[in-house]
Design a protein around this ligand. Sequence first.
Ligand SMILES: Nc1ncnc2c1ncn2[C@@H]1O[C@H](COP(=O)(O)OS(=O)(=O)O)[C@@H](OP(=O)(O)O)[C@H]1O
Ligand SMILES: [Mg+2]
Ligand SMILES: [Mg+2]
Ligand SMILES: [Mg+2]
Length: 349
Amino acid sequence: MLKSELQVALTVVSRAANLAQSVFNKLVTAETVTKNDKSPVTVADYSCQALISLLLSKSFPNDPIVGEEDANDLKQPTESSIQLKNRVTQLVNAELSKPQSIGESDNLELGTSRDSNVLLDAIDRGTFQGGSSGRMWCLDPIDGTKGFLRGGQYAVCLALLVEGKVQLGVIACPNLPVNPSNPDSPKGVVLAAVKGQGAFQRPISETNGTLTPIRMNPITPESLSYASFCESVESGHSSQSDAANIANELGITNEPVRMDSQAKYCSISRGDGDIYLRLPVSADYEEKIWDHAPGRLIVAEAGGKVTDIHNNDLDFSLGRTLKNNKGVIAASADIHADVIKAVQKVLKV
Ligand SMILES: Nc1ncnc2c1ncn2[C@@H]1O[C@H](COP(=O)(O)OS(=O)(=O)O)[C@@H](OP(=O)(O)O)[C@H]1O
Ligand SMILES: [Mg+2]
Ligand SMILES: [Mg+2]
Ligand SMILES: [Mg+2]
């Protein structure tokens, strides 16, 4: 089931990851980093959303897309907007002009160059408001924008939702090592899961490579104190002091591994870390569905459980945000209840 969706999703996400890496190599310089200039990631955000939306619409023209970005800023008649639009058009067309590799999905018209207006329309296909009926794709073209600029972890994230439930998730992590137990192994991996069919990975570069099954670590309540947390880098996205108290409560002494983006879900899915906590930092922030949809399925299919701090399932059927959930707790299914208990004790919820 969903075989062609999986193949298309793997192709478009891998292509977008290559595009993002080329943006990084061309535009992120020592100067942009010292000046805290965010423009390279803006270019990557728009280019990747345009590319993925355009290619998805070739195979699935009737599926709407809930995407993080829209093209409003690119449509302004200012010099800087026109420059940005031209740059995006040039980069997307450069990626499209690369020859089709064996294993890539057919019929995507890779190789055909597109006009900038076609690309702006493709970006704006991502403005769908979501909801509980029918099929829709959920897209975060660059997740972990700060990680991208740091040369750290970031991810290209795509999920298919049917009747508000995640059925397929694909995440490319260009800076995650292929072999989790060897940080020096080549980098660039794409992870995928189909509901009821397991979770897998392969190197981004191997478009015709086999998908290798992945599993979370076999941790139990008895061995929980040996677990390690995978946490956000930004303290503004998840409370690090609460996380430290929860670790304490669980007897965990390993230092948390900090990284940006849904690479956190990917890491724990293949046993590189065990628990991902995203603890609410403000009462009014609503998590976005594109920050969690594919990661949640990959973890679940690798033997994990993902809920919010109240132990409720994440509800992707309510629009663009997880408005009925607070925080995210992802852990191996065998220890999830213990983690929730500690979370609730520390947060007093
Ligand atoms: N206040 C607040 N609280 C929680 N989450 C927020 C908040 N502000 C932003 N975001 C979203 O965080 C996304 C990046 O998440 P990360 O896990 O990469 O964050 S971190 O950098 O590791 O802390 C980031 O996704 P991208 O914009 O795709 O990078 C945002 O959607
Ligand atoms: Mg994001
Ligand atoms: Mg993003
Ligand atoms: Mg963003």
